[in-house]
Ligand binder design. Sequence first.
Ligand code: BJW
Ligand code: ZN
Length: 255
Amino acid sequence: MSIDFPDTLLKTLSAAHAVAAFTGAGVSAESGVPTFRGNEGIWTRFKPEELANLAAFMKNPELVWEWYRARKTIIAGVEPNAAHKALAALEELYGDVTIVTQNIDNLHRRAGSRTVVELHGNIERNYCMTCGTPASNASVLSADGAPRCEVEGCGGLVRPDVVWFGEMLPEDEWDRAVRAMARADVVLSIGTSGVVYPAASLPLTAKQQGALLVEINPEPTPLTPHADVFLRGPAGSILPDIVSVLRAHRAVQNR
Ligand code: BJW
Ligand code: ZN
């Protein structure tokens, strides 16, 4: 094991019944999906607020679609990494594991996690802004410019099924996230800059409700001062270490 694993963390994790993970773009970084912010981020040319909002889309749907097509192509070509797989493996150890993700890349489900709450939508889905009919990925990828609805007589503008700035988060997903945070004994906040609200309030609320808040990130974030434990480093190394330690601990307990 390469990380320094604090005793409080081991004690709380080994006694925990419900675990929630709150994840962000950093969890998918080691799969090759660029993050949003920082030097490695995809948003160095445009700030997130400039592209991921409805006004920007209505003003220049071709530009926004060019960016989404590029990202859809990247995401279709990558695989879940050791961090996604370790989170899926937590289900062997706990009966109640919820992944609350800000990511839109579907990699948690592809890694095998069964309870995934997607706060910001899913890039694999698209829908018509006029009639709401879903549009297939194949049709939006092959469209020239901004794709249009294929329902007869509609022709509305198709958009990706993701949450942009100024838009409400899907209500049912938000409710599921709030409930998961309320029952969690431990919340792992992983690979997120923690600057986008209301998502970033979830780990803070969980801590106020009594959960142990553990943050995993190579860099400190605004959440770090609130974390009970800060494990500094890449998720793809730290999460498998946590799972190994817990498996070893369970094996000793069950002897
Ligand atoms: C690693 C790693 C490794 C790297 N291992 N880690 C003023 C104050 C407060 C709030 C607001 C405000 N003004 C406006 C708002 C609200 C706004 C907001 O929060 N803005 C702030 C930025 C100021 N929020 C909203 O608008 C939300 N809706 C809302 O509030 O509705 C109510 C409302 C209605 C009407 C009017 C106003 C309000 C909606 C937010 C939607 C966010 N959407 C996006 C795009 C999704 C679609 C898409 O992907 O195309 O979601 S933006 C983008 O940011 C994306 C992400 O999910 C989200 C969070 O980013 P994340 O995941 O944290 O990534 P990064 O890149 O920031 O961080 C990566 C981290 O990984 C870093 O820390 C690295 O160190 C780390 N890392 N390698 C572990 N190997
Ligand atoms: Zn339509």
